[in-house]
Design a binder for this molecule. Structure first.
Ligand SMILES: Cc1cc2nc3c(=O)[nH]c(=O)nc-3n(C[C@H](O)[C@H](O)[C@H](O)COP(=O)(O)O)c2cc1C
Length: 301
């Protein structure tokens, strides 16, 4: 009932751990795999070691999370132990990569492809990977340049382009990525935001500005997935504010084939994957659906 195929990769259910929520630590990723996720995404990997920002880097407020972790990474050449442990994962591994420019993306893509993850996700939507002061993912041209360069490096491994909701026309960016060789689209990354402690008269995060995730951004995710579904033929890994079966079904009806869960793990722990799957199954039984694939895009005319 819940098994599906995402860009050629078989998933026992459509739930996927979103990138960054549990780092690139293999033991934690395998714990999530054993807790019922259909696939797990590693934290974005960069070209060299990077510490990330100072604390506080993540705060939970009443409608979700605000984070400015700053892409801490061991760097693509220092992860031998993690890769060895990840071979024992019972589900597919998606490796997320970032770079500050096209040659860096190529370098990381080459190193990561050697480890043969099931899929590679190019994070072209993080504020820390800027080109000319702009997120790659807000420009169709810059997005296409990264995607075609990464695609050349990784051979047959399916490539996912992870997009930002900050793009003026996300459908156009998705289309440019599809034409440049992406096999799937992931949307959405966090929405830029900021919170101030009014007693201290200071921004709450050390980095001041951050990315909003969790329930606050679900309507943004639904709209972006809708627009992408109308623009491309490749499948969508939808995410943003999912912590229940109903949330997941909403993103699927907008056009997502698979569903990422990030902040939901923070709020509910690893059991969120089984909870979401059980709730999807119950809803499908009640509404006479036999296969989760039937739900994809059905809210479109
Ligand atoms: C603490 C934290 C760290 C994140 N790190 C990454 C990252 O390294 N790479 C990436 O592509 N997305 C990263 N994200 C974004 C998530 O993968 C996801 O796109 C976003 O949080 C929306 O999903 P959610 O509402 O289920 O959390 C991060 C999100 C959070 C909250």
């Amino acid at each position: 009932m819940l098994s599906t195929n995402f860009a050629g990769i078989e998933l026992k259910n459509p739930t996927v751990l979103a990138s960054g929520i549990l780092g690139a630590n293999a033991e934690l990723l395998i714990r999530i795999a054993n807790a019922g996720a259909g696939a797990v995404t590693m934290k974005s990997i960069g070209p060299s070691e990077r510490n990330g920002h100072n604390n506080p880097t993540v705060i939970a407020w009443e409608h979700g999370l605000l984070n400015a972790v700053g892409l801490p990474s061991a760097g693509c050449k220092k992860m031998e132990e993690e890769w060895k442990l990840l071979e024992k994962s019972p589900v597919s591994i998606i490796a997320s990569i970032y770079g500050a420019n096209v040659p860096e993306f190529e370098e990381v893509a080459r190193a990561v492809a050697e480890k043969k993850p099931a899929m590679i996700e190019a994070n072209i939507s993080c504020p820390n990977s800027e080109k000319h002061g702009q997120l790659f993912g807000t420009s169709a041209e810059a997005s296409a340049e990264v995607i075609s360069a990464v695609k050349k490096e990784i051979g047959k491994i399916p490539l996912i382009a992870k997009l930002t909701p900050q793009a003026l026309n996300i459908g156009e960016i998705a289309k440019a990525c599809e034409e440049a060789g992406a096999d799937a689209i992931c949307a959405i990354n966090t929405v830029q935001g900021m919170l101030i402690n009014i007693e201290a008269h200071k921004p709450i995060l050390h980095f001041k500005k951050g990315g909003i995730s969790g329930s606050a951004i679900k309507p943004v995710a639904v709209k972006c997935i809708w627009d992408i579904y109308e623009a491309v033929k490749i499948p969508i890994l939808g995410m943003g504010g999912v912590s229940s079966g109903r949330d997941a079904i909403e993103l699927m009806q907008a056009g997502a084939t698979a569903i990422g869960i990030g902040s939901g793990v923070y709020y509910h722990g690893p059991k969120v994957f089984k909870k979401v799957c059980n709730e999807i199954r119950e809803w499908m039984q009640k509404n006479n659906y036999k296969n989760v694939k039937e739900l994809v895009g059905i809210a479109h005319d």
